[in-house]
Design a protein around this ligand. Structure first.
Ligand code: ADP
Ligand code: MG
Length: 247
């Protein structure tokens, strides 16, 4: 059963960032994501990944085509970890998390997520005192705390040092295993994508289209073994040379 069905005929920005010319970001993109599937989107900078996530999140409706989410009558809950954490500077860590709730925030769930992300000690602190890695963890908790059916993550580990990225990646993966949900994860790091995903989607420069759609066949129990990741990566790059020029 699919959880997300995307069929975009055209997404054009009327004026580009750099000049006033129209800019076609996406053309004829068809993509389906299964329930509880973990899909990584990979493609060059500026190819349209953030644009696509914004459209799925419902933040941008200026396009031709359709994005269908979920199959039940109830609207699917979408958690979105933006490329930039965007915490409110005048609210504490805990208040930043509680903001996403219209009704009483689920204190126990927030407590357990703060513990899982090792942020217990800083929950009453203001964001300016946090490292970038800590701010990203707060953003991840905020997305998780709503108990999402669909989680969108836009390069959540970019600009982190390798050990911090690995630590948060492991935490994310544990949370996903405890409470499975559909994930669309943008990455520029092929090793990270192989370690996390069920499926890798390689995207072209704009107008964005799918170049390759590749299942990751390494057993979940072996994803911590870097030699498995390396071997998969090498085979992938040999079999799909077009990917080399993308990342
Ligand atoms: P990615 O996330 O893959 O790096 P983006 O989705 O941010 O790419 O951008 C895709 C293309 O659309 C880029 O060429 C970018 O300059 C352009 N673009 C993104 N946002 C806007 C905007 N608000 N107005 C005009 N052009 C935009
Ligand atoms: Mg982006």
């Amino acid at each position: 059963m699919n959880d997300i069905n995307i069929s975009i005929l055209d997404k054009t920005y009327r004026a580009g960032h750099v000049d006033d010319r129209q800019h076609q970001a996406i053309a004829d993109l068809e993509l389906s994501v299964g329930r509880n599937e973990f899909v990584c989107l990979l493609g060059p900078s500026g190819c349209g990944k953030t644009t696509l996530l914004n459209m799925i999140a419902g933040l941008d409706s200026h396009y031709q085509g359709q994005i269908k989410i979920g199959s039940q009558a109830a609207a699917a809950k979408i958690g979105y970890v933006l490329q930039n954490p965007r915490l409110l500077p005048w609210r504490t860590v805990r208040q930043n998390i509680e903001l996403v709730f219209q009704q009483a925030p689920p204190a126990e769930l927030i407590d357990s997520l703060l513990t899982a992300m090792q942020l217990d000690d800083v929950q009453q602190v203001y964001p300016e005192r946090l490292s970038v890695g800590m701010q990203r963890r707060v953003a991840i908790i905020r997305a998780f705390a709503i108990n999402p059916d669909i989680l969108l993550m836009d390069e959540p580990f970019v600009s982190l040092d390798a050990p911090s990225a690995r630590q948060i990646r492991n935490l994310l993966y544990c949370l996903w295993q405890q409470r499975p949900h559909t994930v669309l994860f943008v990455s520029h790091d092929l090793r990270e994508a192989i370690a996390l995903a069920d499926r890798l989607i390689f995207l072209s420069p704009p107008p964005m289209r799918i170049i390759s759609d590749i299942p990751v066949t390494i057993d979940r129990g072996l994803r911590n073994d870097s030699s498995q990741i390396e071997a998969f990566r090498e085979t992938l790059l040999n079999q799909h040379p077009a990917i080399n020029g993308l990342l």
